[in-house]
Design a protein. Sequence first.
Length: 215
Amino acid sequence: MKAIVLLGAPGAGKGTTAEAVKGRTAFLHVSTGDMLRRAVKNGTDLGRRAESYMKQGELVPDELMTQLIDERLVKEGPEALYVFDGYPRTVNQAEQLEQSLERHGGRLDRVFLLDAPRPVLIERLTGRRICRQCGRNYHVVNVPPAKDGVCDACGGELYQRSDDTEDTIVNRLEVYERQTHSLIARYEAQGLLVRVDAGQQADRMAADVMAELPE
Ligand code: AP5
């Protein structure tokens, strides 16, 4: 079992980069945000407990997150390669992840810090639109669909995430500074951190990550 983490503020491009890595390697993309959104949509117990935190841009409590990740590691088995997107986000989650990986005979190999200026993050998130059917990402200015509100790939309806409103984005960025930013020093001290310029084009960002993947 091998694992890498994509660390970075909301809008840095964690999901975009994780999908690029997944498309070119055997790494599995584990997005806690996507897992939680699915749980909310399906009305599961976890979804009901997580929904109000997500709407406000606050973090879902650690104990729910640890359980979610543990279940995923058990499901995929000991040979799996993971790219974690959006996890860990607190010191407690980082400790839990290290312990979970160890229990499954694995380890954390690299942590990529995707770093972009705040105005870029806000612009990316306020303009983001997502296909309800296939999940493809658009941006109203940078990557608009050919027909307004309709996915080019599958014809599905495009929607805006409920936490992509300006007020909630500002809170998500504050929550990142308050609760997640300290992980940078932790991983730097462990010699795991690789810094990536997330202000550059998405394909260059993915290439920088691909160049540093563990053997
Ligand atoms: P989550 O879904 O993880 O959201 P996030 O961290 O706020 O990150 P985003 O998905 O908004 O951004 P991203 O960095 O993945 O960027 P993306 O590639 O999409 O979490 C949502 C919520 O769930 C949290 O607020 C919390 O409540 C809860 N949660 C999740 N994990 C948790 C945890 N571990 N603990 C507790 N709670 C948790 O890109 C953004 C946009 O920019 C896209 O439109 C994309 O096309 C575009 N873009 C990306 N890269 C580039 C580029 N290089 N150039 C131009 N455009 C780009």
